[in-house]
Write a protein that binds this ligand. Structure first.
Ligand code: SF4
Length: 408
């Protein structure tokens, strides 16, 4: 049986290495043109070439987003840019606009994936894109399991991709002008400031500065503040719709988020095929997903239409149960490893190492040593390189965390 693909976000080269370390089959990244994540560190040419080399050496696929909604001025560079992507042998470009699609088809033979921004919510539009030559369609998030199964049955010979985890829009997948109106930043050009998550008050025009709370209940209201999608509880049902690829959202999120979500869904997908996708494992994975930065979780549109329970009413802040503190970057002897520090690490901290596969390793750091000076330290700060010891073998790329006691 062909295994469904696990597709992870990579906002930069380090995140790309991380998602591969934790088992992604493929990754999607933004190039420098028409990319929908203007604020993430997108890949410049040299880094893009390196990224493709890394992906293909590891037998992974790399997809490049070209999915912002373009205006006339955006089109001129497209033939040259996409020919360049073709010369690099990228595995597909992700496109939202029919004109962009047409230009790419005319100038290249690149495989094209249709972005969720194209709002494909029915089999007829999927069939049309297929007829036009698309290789894969990313379905809109606003679909139920039943609708996805129907689309697969009616249009079996085109690849389908769906989101399984990450932030949701209150509008139809990013087709929203709220950010343009309130901040002048265009969500459809990758600049969304997420004003749907803000807390809104009522102000009467003759009483400037007097803010009246809008109450949905005693806590006030975040009227458009969607919870995040999480599908670990019913991932088997999604796989059984017959889709080809399961995508994690979050190119702007941290390496830690990308790594942990990838590892959890990797284990869940593998367990599905080996018959171990059971309640006990689901509880374990859910605990891990509670440990990455997230808002409260929702099942989105998969099981039923989201109602008032799909909104966050208390806060738009992220929940963070763990603190990402470092990454193993080199093994220097049998039990000694260099760690790149990302958040303060103190001597005697109890840290958890997250290996590429298998259970986490807990270590009591009774000694931390500055890698360059060779001196024992009481604490290490971000960007410092330290040496730690572990009796159990660690791997380059393993991420390290502590419980998030302080708010950072
Ligand atoms: S403001 Fe909210 S709903 Fe609109 S595009 Fe941004 S995240 Fe999506």
């Amino acid at each position: 049986m062909k295994k469904v693909e696990l597709l992870s976000p990579a906002g930069n080269y380090e995140k790309l290495e991380t998602v591969y370390h934790y088992g992604a089959d493929a990754a999607y990244i933004g190039g420098k043109v028409l990319n929908l994540r203007a604020f993430s560190k997108n890949f410049e040419d040299e880094e893009l070439e390196k990224a493709i080399k890394l992906s293909h050496n590891l037998g992974k696929k790399l997809f490049i987003t070209v999915n912002a909604i373009p205006h006339n001025e955006d089109l001129e560079i497209l033939p040259e840019y996409t020919k360049y992507l073709e010369s690099l042998k990228v595995d597909a470009v992700i496109v939202a606009d029919l004109g962009v699609f047409n230009i790419i088809r005319k100038h290249t033979n690149l495989p094209i994936t249709i972005s969720t921004q194209a709002s494909n919510t029915n089999w007829a539009s999927v069939a049309m894109w297929k007829e036009l030559g698309a290789k894969r369609i990313i379905l809109a998030r606003e679909l139920s399991l039943k609708e996805i199964s129907e689309i697969k049955q009616k249009v079996p010979d085109v690849e389908l991709e769906v989101f399984i985890h990450g932030a949701m829009c209150i509008s139809i997948s990013g087709r929203c002008l709220l950010s343009n109106y309130l901040t002048g930043r265009d969500a459809n050009r990758g600049e969304c400031t997420q004003p749907c998550r803000w807390k809104y008050h009522l102000m009467e025009e003759k009483r400037p500065g007097e803010y009246f709370p809008v109450f949905e209940d005693e806590r006030g209201t975040y009227i458009m503040n969607s919870k995040d999608l999480c599908t670990i509880d019913f991932l088997d049902k999604i796989i059984e719709t017959g889709v080809d690829s399961l995508k994690i959202e979050g190119r702007m999120k941290s390496s830690y988020y990308a790594g942990v979500t990838t590892k959890v869904y990797r284990e869940a997908i593998d367990s599905y095929y080996s018959g171990n996708l059971n309640t006990q494992n689901k509880e374990k994975w859910m605990k891990e997903l509670q440990g990455v930065s997230h808002r409260e979780y929702t099942s989105g549109f998969y099981l039923n239409k989201p109602g008032k329970d799909s909104q966050n009413y208390k806060t738009s802040s992220y929940i963070r149960n763990y603190k990402f503190v470092g990454k193993v970057i080199e093994k220097i002897s049998e039990n000694k490893y260099i760690v790149d520090v990302r958040n303060k690490i103190r001597k005697n901290d109890v840290v958890e190492i997250i290996p590429g596969t298998g259970s986490n390793i807990t270590i009591h750091l009774n000694k931390i040593v500055d890698y360059e000076a060779g001196e024992s330290l009481e604490e290490a700060n971000p960007n410092q390189k330290i040496v730690i010891e572990s009796e159990k073998p660690l791997e380059v790329g393993d991420l390290i965390r502590t419980m998030n006691i302080s708010d950072s």
